[in-house]
Design a protein around this ligand. Structure first.
Ligand code: SAH
Length: 252
């Protein structure tokens, strides 16, 4: 913090997975109070309409034809605005600390002497399956679940996620950012010896009006996803809980 900084505060806010009503009460209050809002692509636009008319809204997500900010630029802008004494909201899809880089931003802000607070959000990892009639746990069927990123598959030199080992160790595996690498991930899980009949669901644009669900098993889900033309954002769920959809999803 330079001597010119009169810090307001930065709030790293989860906007929820898409349904505008899935933002928290605290998150919505801060959106209404914010002087500046830096927002991503996957946040519900209805939430932005709640901002004060005088609020400055800055899109910092990635979209075709729009200027893309680097993470460093975003970090710096958060500090810059807060140093003008402003209340700054950094609005992110789902939960800001689940593959959302919210923690990186908060660390940077704090390192620069500016107060920072996180407001957790409803993550697509749990809400996505739920809106498709799939609970991530169920008594007698699933006592554990794991959430992994799908962007760590075979072609990467540095491996952080061992999909096969995780799929064997937990009852429900939730994969975010898994669409483009689905084939590799599924192959790794099958190679680890997981039953090919294990049910799999893909929830595309979960909690949004355009939500779409593709259901299959480890043996056929890659083909089914290809045929359906599944596109991001989508949550992949692997495990027996997928079958509960038949009882929980009234509109099936
Ligand atoms: N912080 C976010 C996740 C960011 S990573 C959260 O907690 O939800 C981005 C990935 O999240 C997407 O590639 C997709 O896998 C998932 N995702 C986010 N919103 C989604 C939605 N509405 N429907 C399906 N998947 C979604």
């Amino acid at each position: 913090m330079g001597s010119a900084c009169k810090p307001g505060k930065v709030y790293i806010v989860g906007a929820g997975p898409g349904d505008p009503e899935l933002i928290t009460v605290k998150g919505l209050r801060l959106v209404r109070e914010a002087d500046v809002i830096f927002y991503d692509r996957l946040i519900p636009q209805e939430v932005l309409r709640e901002a004060k008319p005088s609020a400055k809204l800055v899109f910092v997500g990635k979209a075709p034809g729009k200027h893309t900010y680097t993470q460093d630029e975003i970090n710096r802008m958060l500090v810059e605005e807060a140093c003008k004494g402003k209340t700054v909201v950094r609005l992110k899809g789902g939960d800001p600390y689940v593959f959302g880089r919210g923690e990186e931003e908060c660390m940077y802000v704090l390192e620069h002497g500016v107060p920072c607070e996180v407001v957790p959000g409803v993550t697509s990892a749990i809400a996505g399956p739920a809106y498709a009639g799939i609970p991530v746990t169920h008594r007698g069927i699933a006592s554990s679940f794991a959430v992994v990123t799908g962007r760590e598959a075979l072609e990467k030199g540095r491996r952080m996620v061992n999909y096969g080992a995780i799929a064997k160790a937990v009852d429900t595996l939730v994969i975010l950012m898994g669409v483009s690498n689905l084939e590799n991930i599924v192959r790794e899980i099958l190679d680890a010896g997981v039953d090919p009949e294990t049910p799999v669901a893909i929830v595309e644009r979960a909690t949004m009006p355009e939500q779409r669900v593709v259901v299959g098993n480890l043996a056929n889900i890659v083909e089914k996803a290809r045929k359906a033309g599944v596109k991001p954002p989508a949550v992949v769920v692997v495990g027996k809980v997928v079958r509960l959809r038949d009882k929980l999803w009234k509109f099936a």
